[in-house]
Design a protein around this ligand. Structure first.
Ligand SMILES: Cc1ncc(COP(=O)(O)O)c(C=O)c1O
Length: 494
């Protein structure tokens, strides 16, 4: 990074959440982006920042907002401001915020949970949040597809029945009727045969990952994660004090052979059905190798099946867990993805060897989901309303994807490539090498489109310009309208 009077800004990323933020949070978005750029080394110590006027012009915010963000960073010690010499990155950055990329430099006792949580806040707020109705960060369950009348009918019945739930009927691993429905559903939809006894109800996938981390990990345990990958998982492992091992991903999924380079890995976290974020499906060979690795090394695997339900072209491959002869896979999934993002119910299938410890943990923490919600969900599944809801979603998501791709093709043919679009809530849009990614982000923001760069989910991996395109929670007309807008921007790009 150049020093002296040269502005540092060309590689300062556009704050991803800025277009949707209110005035106060605009300041926070800007502060987070700059803080993140400093702590990841994008802006180097004592380097000069662009002026508040330049950033205000570039990001279409008031100069006062940028000044407020600068003031905040100044008070936190990240930057210093001297009249006549401008704004510079401090010589010594507060190290409590250094991100996980530099975790190797930390001594184990530096990694207090509080530090990890502070850093987690930073990373989370620097990331574009998924949001319904906002192109193209709308990669979540579509709120418009859940038939309120169906859900309300079951919820009302459950509310009546919930008086019958007493302490004995309310096991902390989840109500039996729901676990029974989940077991039946997994057999039919994911080829996974398990018993209700193997299932633990959680508040979602992250809750399941956290429970597994508590049960299995010790400080400095080695956890293999996909790179690029889902930051929500790596943050939880870090919170448990684990050391992350980044494993690259190619068109066949996680490069399982690379696990052999790290003989002390105790846990692998993977998204085999539709890799998050690249969208590739783990090949059958890699699945076999991964299961073999876990058996030979007595390692554990977390299978995050976050959107495995929504496969458009053909039936999805059965879950990895369905081939798990040696019971080394903890399978996690979530109704937050299939029913509604705010439902906050998920589940995990726990191998017998871990069940006692998991049960002890559940007893300590208590049930994460109300009995009424569990009963409502069990009835929703038993009635067949859940499977018809899944069918409706699968069809609607496919239509939304197709409309978006058609618009891009119409206006920007030859300027991009799409991969990972055969399933789920998103695909990857690859721009031609050399395209100015930040310029496209900025132009899109002016027409209300938020683009999340693939690079924001990479740790060591590096790719050409690309975006994660979430479409599931857009209406057809939003997908068409914004697809056209983005197509026109891409079409005019050089
Ligand atoms: C790959 C992946 N796993 C898990 C989750 C979180 O699921 P939950 O809300 O059920 O914790 C997300 C959220 O976007 C995700 O992308």
């Amino acid at each position: 990074m150049a020093r002296g009077k040269t502005a540092l800004s060309p590689d300062l990323p556009f704050p991803p959440t800025l277009p949707q933020a209110g005035n106060r949070s605009k300041r926070d978005c800007i502060a987070n982006t700059i803080r993140n750029a400093i702590s990841t080394g994008l802006l180097s110590a004592q380097g000069r920042l662009p002026s508040s006027r330049t950033l205000a012009d570039r990001w279409h915010v008031s100069r006062g907002t940028v000044e407020a963000a600068f003031d905040r960073l100044c008070s936190e010690g990240y930057i210093t401001r001297t009249p006549g010499s401008g704004t510079r990155v401090s010589a010594a950055v507060p190290d409590s915020f250094l991100p996980s990329l530099t975790a190797d430099l930390h001594k184990p006792n530096d990694r207090l949970a509080a530090d990890v949580l502070d850093r987690g806040m930073l990373l989370t707020s620097a990331e574009a949040p998924v949001q319904a109705g906002i192109p193209f960060i709308a990669r979540l369950a579509a709120p418009d597809l859940l038939r309120a009348s169906h859900w309300h009918k079951h919820a009302a019945e459950a509310a009546k029945d919930s008086g019958t739930i007493d302490a004995d009927f309310m096991p902390t691993r989840g109500l039996y009727p729901l676990r029974q429905q989940v077991a039946a559903y997994l057999g039919v939809f994911r080829g996974l045969l398990c018993r209700p006894e193997d299932i633990f109800i959680t508040s979602g996938i992250r809750h399941a990952i956290d429970a597994v981390a508590r049960v299995l990990l010790e400080p400095s345990s080695k956890v293999a994660i996909e790179d690029p990958g889902y930051p929500g998982a790596s943050q939880i492992f870090e919170l448990a004090g684990a050391d992350m091992v980044d494993i690259a991903v190619d068109e066949y999924g996680m490069k399982v052979a690379d696990l052999e380079k790290h003989p002390d890995i105790s846990l692998v976290y993977t998204t085999p059905a539709h890799q998050s974020p690249l969208g590739v499906t783990m090949s059958v060979d890699r699945r076999e190798s991964l299961l073999k690795w876990s058996h030979q090394n007595q390692g554990w695997i977390i299978e995050d099946d976050y959107d495995g339900e929504f496969s458009f072209q053909s039936a999805p491959l059965p879950a990895l867990k369905s081939q798990d002869q040696h019971q080394r896979v903890i399978y996690c999934s979530s109704f937050n993805k299939t029913v509604a993002a705010n439902l906050r119910v998920g589940f995990m299938v726990v191998p017998p060897a871990l069940q006692n410890r998991m049960l002890a943990l559940s007893e300590m923490i208590g049930s994460p989901v109300s009995g009424t919600t569990q009963l409502a969900l069990a009835a929703f599944m038993a009635s067949g309303d859940f499977s018809s809801h899944l069918r409706r979603c699968r069809q609607a998501y496919q239509q939304r994807r197709d409309v978006l791709i058609r618009e891009l093709e119409r206006h920007a043919s030859g300027k991009y490539n799409v991969t990972g679009g055969h399933a789920g809530f998103h695909f990857i849009l690859w721009l031609k090498p050399g395209t100015d990614e930040q310029d496209i982000v900025n132009q899109a923001a002016t027409v209300g489109i938020a683009l999340q760069s693939l690079g924001s989910l990479c740790r060591r991996a590096s790719f050409g310009p690309a975006f994660i395109m979430g479409y599931s929670a857009l209406s057809l007309s939003q997908a068409r309208f914004s697809g056209r807008k983005l197509g026109l921007i891409l079409g005019a790009s050089s």
